[in-house]
Write a protein that binds this ligand. Structure first.
Ligand code: SAM
Length: 273
């Protein structure tokens, strides 16, 4: 398959666009393992974001009932016409997925899994789109830079733990399921990657997601400051009130945001209301 794809890309006169994060996967074993780890079955609809030359799309189409593949780069059209020829359960949509209204999309598709090898610059907005708006997303398997994978799956109190970790915990359980060396991409990027799997429906219970989000962002607004200082600055509250809320939650007076677990953020957001 490796020579196949490279030949097709060259015969189609395709020029790689670094700014779109175009590092394609050609390794058959890696493709098979991404599909297996995603948990997709023959009854499922899969949404692939950024299908590139269609190698992962093909592997998904061999397993799933239906694949809807988004790609922003229209110059891949002739390449995809060749790599996906004969796969009649695949629809390619040439569109920037970040600009796609998710609620509208979900009403026409129903439940679905997302599988993607993501370009670095869309990783966070895309994951947040599903965390904040994805009501019918059953699972998300994404290839991201390894450093980002470590941040997404970090434990409270570790240096990698951040606002995105706490936001993800709201909706899904997150696990780094595979490390992928840079040598398996074409062209080769400068960093290694990892596949992260999010299982939706396994998040924490919060009454008000917006209040939770505001609390998390306030707590991480300045990592060097204590939670008390960040609350005073971001919620425009008195120091006495911030100290009282922290005490009511049972946190140490000098606690920092990065030490709080997602459950503790949920408690804090309730107390702040
Ligand atoms: N899935 C292919 C693979 O694994 O070989 C390609 C992966 S490549 C890392 C990412 C692809 O996403 C590129 O083809 C790029 O053009 C596309 N892309 C980048 N931003 C996008 C966006 N906002 N919406 C849809 N596709 C996007």
């Amino acid at each position: 398959m490796e020579t196949d794809i490279k030949t097709i890309l060259s015969e189609c006169g395709f020029g790689f666009k670094k700014q779109l994060g175009q590092n394609f996967i050609t390794d058959k074993n890696l493709l098979a393992s991404i599909v297996a780890l995603s948990g997709v079955t023959e009854d499922d609809t899969v949404v692939e974001i950024g299908c590139g030359a269609g190698t992962l799309t093909r592997a998904l189409a061999e397993k799933a009932k239906r694949v809807i593949a988004f790609e922003v780069d229209k110059s891949l059209q002739p390449v995809l016409a060749r790599t996906l020829a004969g796969y009649d359960n695949v629809e390619v949509v040439f569109r920037d997925f970040l600009k796609c209204p998710l609620a509208e999309f979900e009403s026409s598709v129903g439940g679905y899994f997302v599988v993607a090898n993501l370009p670095y610059y869309v990783t966070t907005p895309l994951i947040m789109k599903f965390i904040e708006e994805g009501e019918k997303c059953k699972g998300l398997s994404v290839m991201v830079q390894e450093e980002v994978a470590d941040r997404l799956c970090a434990k409270a109190g570790s240096p990698e733990y951040g606002a995105i970790t706490a936001m993800v915990a709201l909706r899904a359980e997150c696990a780094k399921v595979k490390r992928v060396p840079r040598t398996l991409f074409y062209p080769r990027p400068n960093v290694d990657s990892a596949v992260v799997r999010f299982t939706f429906g396994k998040g924490i219970e919060v009454a008000d997601r917006q209040a939770y989000k505001k609390t998390v962002h306030a707590a991480f607004s300045s990592r060097r400051k204590t939670l008390e200082n960040n609350l005073v600055n971001c919620f425009n509250m008195t120091r006495a009130r911030a100290q009282q809320v922290i005490e009511e939650c049972g946190f140490p007076p000098k606690a920092r945001g990065e030490t709080l677990t997602p459950e503790q953020f949920a408690l804090l957001s309730e107390k702040l209301k």
